[in-house]
Design a protein. Structure first.
Length: 113
């Protein structure tokens, strides 16, 4: 019996605009999936990335999303416990005084999907 491990892959796409603009921005995502080896996980990460490639027209210019890199690929083991995904920093939309009291247990979280 093959033991499947959980893998974490950080993928990056380049959003390219035809003409002088070139690279518009990077899109980045993290995927969690299972695989039986690092090589199989790398192939899966590539497949996930290629499936999200695409193109569209903006007026007369072509905009293309191309897989640029599998930035990182890590095994989390067969039975990982909780793990953390840092999402970076976000500027506040409203001012809160230092004395503000948060109540995270008092509000039910919304589903992501």
């Amino acid at each position: 019996m093959t033991i499947l491990h959980w893998y974490w892959a950080h993928l990056r796409w380049a959003v390219m605009v035809e003409g002088k603009e070139g690279l518009r921005h990077w899109d980045e995502s993290v995927y969690l999936f299972r695989g039986d080896s690092r090589e199989a996980a790398f192939r899966e990460a590539l497949e996930l990335g290629y499936r999200r490639e695409g193109h569209c027209k903006e007026g007369r210019r072509l905009v293309v999303r191309r897989l640029a890199a599998v930035v990182t690929l890590d095994s989390l083991g067969a039975n990982p416990g909780p793990f953390q995904v840092d999402l970076g920093q976000k500027r506040p939309e409203v001012h809160l005084p230092f004395e503000h009291v948060f109540d995270p247990a008092g509000e039910e979280p919304a589903p992501f999907f």
